[in-house]
Design a protein around this ligand. Structure first.
Ligand code: NAD
Length: 477
């Protein structure tokens, strides 16, 4: 039985209730987590506040950085264990789970190293005055973590928060949180003082809502659906608490007729199928210039037909979806598109002899998808790729920008001027040219425009998001 981490100790939820943890490959429960609620959140926030005002808050940046770097090393040492746990909890292929564990370690290495390299400013002012601007932590930070990459999302938001000296309360998803708890255990081993990191598992509407509405938090970060993003904004607004929101996307891959198609094809397929399409930055729209449309779509369709979904140990192209609700949602998209006559160009397969009761869905390639169809503009969060032809550069930009989202875009062309024009004209937080890094790269600032959210994670900019400034004016004359 997995407990809550509050004030450096592992404890049951106050009312002793638990939630079953389901294996998405079989639909069967294999362990339980504590069902934290508002009263548990109260204790966690109070512990975090004591940490900010106590040992953690008075540590030097160098000491904080050392702890984070030790945690990074512990994550590497326990990489296989973390990968096993993540694969069991989410169903993702082992190779993806291993890559995730490596990526989490990078977050703690990177921000551990950066902790004492955040410098302030001095400002020339009136004669007889010293003015300095220093960076200070927000205080208590709230972290709402989704189920698609629990370990990575924990690293992505927690490492910069701790590097800046905040104390955190983490509410992972009820659908997948075992690696988040394991990271809590490793953080204590690394020497993180009690209260600097608290983890309250539970349902979003209970623990999550209580945390984001809590008057004791000073900052919130949320990754998940746009609908819950609105609830988080409303809850935090009541206490004037700032937040960073990462709400997904409908990211385009734009392929021009001069692109290196052999290079592009496998990267484009991987960018949607990775994690069974349950990736906020998945390249879920494939926009292809009319003149090469049929030729390129044939290449993609051939690859798509070869895709296979299976268990983590089979280590195929993708695993199951996270739960029955997500599977039903994705299957409804597929069924509705088929019923409306949108051509299915190719469909992947399920591995033979899968356990009964798992949430597997065959990857599906649709096209041409009408521009107004919901497959063209809504986030499916499954292994479904929508192909749409475009005529010229202006048409490509119009189509690329034609959704409510703006998280990531991929541009495939050998024409350097066109690369630069597209990078400028596409409305998104990241643009990849002749490559696509769905989610990867701790060094690279990440976040959306439009309904993909606001605020930035990763890179040095995350340290600014996780802190604020104080201006100190000293008169010495
Ligand atoms: P969700 O937004 O409901 O859940 C994300 C996290 O928010 C979980 O930890 C959940 O417990 C928590 N939460 C839920 N309600 C809350 C509330 N009122 N206050 C505070 N926290 C709350 O997402 P979901 O229902 O698991 O998935 C639905 C859809 O969201 C998916 O189909 C997908 O489109 C999208 N999604 C996007 C991402 C992403 O990376 N952008 C991640 C997960 C889900």
């Amino acid at each position: 039985m997995n407990k809550l981490l509050i004030d450096g100790r592992w404890v049951d939820a106050l009312d002793g209730e638990t939630i079953d943890v389901i294996d998405p490959c079989s639909g069967e429960a294999f362990t339980r987590i504590a069902r934290g609620r508002a009263a548990d959140v109260d204790l966690a926030v109070a512990a975090a506040r004591r940490a900010v005002e106590g040992a953690w808050g008075s540590m030097t940046a160098t000491e904080r950085g050392r702890i984070l770097q030790r945690l990074g090393q512990l994550i590497l040492d326990h990489g296989e264990e973390l990968a096993d746990l993540e694969a069991r909890d989410t169903g993702k292929p082992m190779s993806v789970a291993r890559a995730d564990a490596g990526a989490v370690a990078r977050y703690f290495e990177f921000y551990g190293g950066a902790a004492d390299k955040v410098h302030g400013q001095t400002i020339p002012y009136l004669s007889g005055y010293n003015v300095s601007v220093v960076r200070i932590p927000h205080g208590v930070t709230a972290h709402i973590i989704p189920w698609n990459y629990p370990a990575q999302m924990m690293g992505r938001t927690l490492a910069p928060a701790l590097a800046m000296g905040n104390a955190a309360v983490v509410k992972p998803s009820e659908d997948a949180c075992l690696t988040v708890l394991k990271l809590g255990e490793l953080a204590l081993q690394a020497g993180l003082p009690p209260g600097a990191l608290n983890i309250v598992t539970g349902y979003g509407a209970e623990a999550g809502a209580a945390l984001t509405a809590h008057p004791g938090i000073n900052f919130a970060t949320f990754t998940g659906s746009p609908e819950v993003g609105i609830q988080v904004q409303q809850a935090t607004a009541r206490n004037h608490v700032p937040c960073v929101l990462e709400l997904g996307g409908k990211s385009p891959q734009i392929v021009f007729d001069d692109a290196d198609l052999a290079k592009a094809a496998p990267i484009i397929v991987r960018a949607i199928v990775q994690n069974a399409g349950q990736t906020c930055s998945a390249g879920s729209r494939l926009l292809v210039q009319q003149s090469i449309h049929d030729r390129f779509v044939d290449i993609i369709a051939t690859r798509y037909a070869e895709l296979k979904a299976g268990t983590p140990q089979m280590d195929l192209d993708c695993g199951p979806l996270i739960n029955a609700r997500q599977r039903d949602k994705v299957q409804a998209f597929i069924a509705e598109a088929t019923a409306m006559g949108v051509p299915m160009l190719a469909q992947g397969n399920l591995a033979p002899d899968l356990p009964a009761g798992g949430y597997f869905v065959k990857p599906a390639l649709f096209g041409p998808v009408p521009r107004e169809h919901r497959l063209a503009c809504q986030e499916v969060f499954g292994p479904v790729l929508s192909v749409m032809p475009f005529s010229d550069e202006d048409d490509a930009v119009r189509l690329a920008n034609a959704t409510d989202y703006g998280l990531v875009a991929g541009v495939w062309t050998e024409n350097g001027s066109r690369q630069s024009r597209l990078a400028q004209r596409i409305a998104s937080g990241q643009v990849f040219i002749n490559c696509y890094g769905a989610g990867g790269g701790v060094e690279l600032p990440f976040g959306g425009v439009k309904k993909s959210g606001y605020g930035r994670e990763k890179g040095f900019v995350a340290l600014e998001e996780m802190s604020t400034t104080k201006t100190i004016v000293q008169h010495y004359a």
